[in-house]
Ligand binder design. Sequence first.
Ligand SMILES: Cc1cc2nc3c(=O)[nH]c(=O)nc-3n(C[C@H](O)[C@H](O)[C@H](O)COP(=O)(O)OP(=O)(O)OC[C@H]3O[C@@H](n4cnc5c(N)ncnc54)[C@H](O)[C@@H]3O)c2cc1C
Length: 392
Amino acid sequence: MCDVGSNTAVTERPALTTLSDEERLVRDGVYEFADREIRPLVRQMDENAKISRQLIDRLFELNVMGIEIPEADGGTGGTFFHSVLVVEALSRVDPSVGVLVDVQNTLVVNALLRWGTDAQRRAWLPRLSQRSVGAYALSEAGSGSDAFALTTRAEARADGYVLTGRKLWITNANEADLFVVFATVNPEAGYRGITAFLVERGAAGFTIGTKEDKLGIRASSTCELLLDNCLVAMDAVLGEPGKGYKVAIETLNEGRIGIGAQMLGLAQGALDHAIRYTKERKQFGHEIASFQGVQFQLARAATDVEATRLLVYNAARLRDAGAPFLQEAAMCKLFSSEVAERVASLAVNLFGGNGFVKDYPVEKLYRDAKIGQIYEGTSNLQLQTIAKQLLA
Ligand SMILES: Cc1cc2nc3c(=O)[nH]c(=O)nc-3n(C[C@H](O)[C@H](O)[C@H](O)COP(=O)(O)OP(=O)(O)OC[C@H]3O[C@@H](n4cnc5c(N)ncnc54)[C@H](O)[C@@H]3O)c2cc1C
């Protein structure tokens, strides 16, 4: 006979999507906040291509900028799964706000928690949890998918390292105080020369360059960074010299679950709009939601969203449990970004002409969805990761 008493995990969490009381509080609190305080700003922030600083301050007050930072350092001592819930809830209303919080938590804070020295953690964790935005600078003009082909140079001197080069596509660059910058201390050593540095805004020789004029997530800043003989102290190295590739791989493996959460929230937001609209809009004397053709489209979209949620939550829960999650993370990013594009596109269709104009919210979500297949590893790179695991 099987011992049902030992099977407590099954009764405590009947589904991957079952939330603990604490998790539900986090998700509902952030969604209510997003609905109340972000929704009224979405269109204006998209048009201005800028996130309001007051909103960023409110995100700090809401304690979502240092989710995994210990309480002693000003954070909430939460889990990675909490970050996923927060990014999902924000992205349901505005994926631009979702990615600001995502990069902060799943890349920058994550890298510091894992690789920071005591002094670096003391210097940065309280700031990151309370007032400073972070950015993560790996990509360059010549190194995107092939990230470790980067050429930004870090030359060792007696008093520190001198950084020279250009970074491209850096999210949060306009708002950030702290930049995790990847450079090579030894170009001949290939990926084994790559080193991560903590660079503070305002450092001599460090400037924020051109801001990109983007298709979607327009309120999220994406800028070039210029490093021109930028001197940083020896203790600005995050991790060890030559071990930056590990910092990058390990944080990005986790970061892509955050992008999965962003795309999940976006898809859910688009579906919510589509359901609401089709119950109001009348044609042929009936609500369009009464037509079976529309009902089936909504049902398929809801199934896609649920499948995405299972993939994203599963990857995040595996990560928190310390179990392997590489393949699951790649799958969740690949699938969620396709679902986001598909569901946002359906929402545009179901809004008819109203879906094609900026007076209604789904046009923006459709534009925002495209980025999910590009950043933190394109869909082809996710497929490559999954295939490697399958064929190993
Ligand atoms: C809005 C935005 C925000 C971003 N934020 C950041 C950030 O904060 N920090 C950061 O460091 N970077 C950031 N990026 C950069 C992003 O991660 C890169 O754009 C992405 O990794 C793709 O690199 P690429 O643009 O050079 O495209 P490429 O690498 O040139 O890829 C072009 C095409 O070729 C395909 N391809 C390339 N190699 C292969 C292969 N081996 N097999 C099959 N197909 C392949 C790709 O899938 C893609 O379809 C951001 C980009 C954008 C657009």
